[in-house]
Design a binder for this molecule. Sequence first.
Ligand SMILES: *Cc1c(COP(=O)(O)O)cnc(C)c1O
Length: 223
Amino acid sequence: MKDLESRFFSIKKSIPKNIKILVVSKNQSVSSIERLYQIGHRDFGENYVQEMIQKYQKLPKDIRWHMIGVIQKNKLKYIVPFIHLIQSVQKIEHLQIINKEAFKNNRLINCLLQIKICNERNKTGITNQEADHIMNHDIYHHMKNVKIIGLMGMASLHASIQKIRQEFFFLKKLYDEYQRKYQHYILSMGMSNDYPIAIEYGSTYIRLGTSLFGKRKLTTILK
Ligand SMILES: *Cc1c(COP(=O)(O)O)cnc(C)c1O
């Protein structure tokens, strides 16, 4: 079996140089993160605030942490002091909290809006109308410590390739529009099972867990 480092390098080699990789380290140990840190990787994504904070405390401070899980409103204050990018914003209310906490920390926090591109129940996100609403909102325009710089989406896990293509195409069209209107520059789409398709459809950032670490253990996923 190939080890973690060689899996990482072989994926990196197989994709265009300008595509970034977010290593999704949820449910993975601090030592696996360290192994990828040792070979120069810095961007890691987590779904839970508690887990991210524990890892943040144990690991080098130049790691760039990305929040990719459902936002836990009252826990945002714990990650704002160090977070690099919040990829899963879905509400103006989240932005208000992030902005307030960022001001206290004298930081500017970059965020992505998470768009729902498939109908699977467990996949969250907002519609393009809701995203328009946020982008055009006066409240957002008055925020000085938060900036929306792109979009994130998750395609169907159980669907035909054709359906997945349609989902990525939908997000790419919205991204192109926002790139023109609002200078967005990150399109975060593509996971272990679909990242080559996502790249075809213009992804700039893929998020990989399983393809690097293997299947996550069910018991830890359910906790
Ligand atoms: C878990 C997760 C991933 C990684 O999924 P894999 O299929 O393990 O690569 C990517 N994005 C989000 C938002 C996730 O929650």
